[in-house]
Design a protein around this ligand. Structure first.
Ligand code: HEC
Length: 137
């Protein structure tokens, strides 16, 4: 059997590029959101929630064009918060259309998220709205 193909060659270029990308991770341009803008909040649920939220939810909830209530907009959130967490959880899990036809997709369009992850993201978003808006006083 010819084993020449199994010889160790030079390190393949894609591998070097991948390592460099990880290395430069902090300098790489952020996509939609700058994670530093949204503070870590105390407790394991909010820690998980922040990760989920940054990964899936922030793209709409920090972009006015999406029609989603923005985390900086307490007026948009207050009536929703007043409905109670259980309703917010259900709306986030199942998705819904608002009165103006804007859609909150089920699980933020990320079916891989567990119920627990979606609920943690709701918890983080509500806590974030309160935190961001109490600072602005
Ligand atoms: C594709 C855009 C988009 C993504 C991604 C998204 N949302 Fe939304 N979300 C919306 C829109 C639009 C609304 C407002 C719908 C309306 O009331 O008109 C909304 C509303 C909500 C509400 C308010 C519910 C209520 O009863 O008023 C919650 C809670 C929420 N989203 C949670 C989340 C969570 C958690 C995630 C991530 C897992 C997420 N969203 C990702 C677009 C999005």
């Amino acid at each position: 059997m010819d084993t020449s193909a199994l010889r160790n060659g030079p390190i393949p270029v894609p591998l070097i590029a991948a390592v460099a990308l990880v290395w430069l991770g902090c300098a790489a341009p952020t996509l939609a959101v700058n994670a530093n803008t949204y503070p870590e909040l105390p407790g394991p649920t909010l820690k998980l929630g922040r990760e989920v939220w940054l990964g899936t939810c922030a793209v709409c909830h920090t972009d006015d064009f999406s029609g989603a209530p923005q985390v900086t907009d307490l007026h948009a959130w207050q009536p929703r918060i007043d409905k109670g967490k259980e309703i917010l959880y259900t709306q986030a899990l199942k998705g819904f259309f608002g009165p103006k036809g804007t859609q909150m997709p089920a699980r933020g369009d990320n079916p891989k998220l567990s119920d627990q992850e979606v609920k943690a993201a709701v918890d983080y978003m509500v806590a974030l709205v309160v935190a961001l808006n109490s600072k602005a006083e």
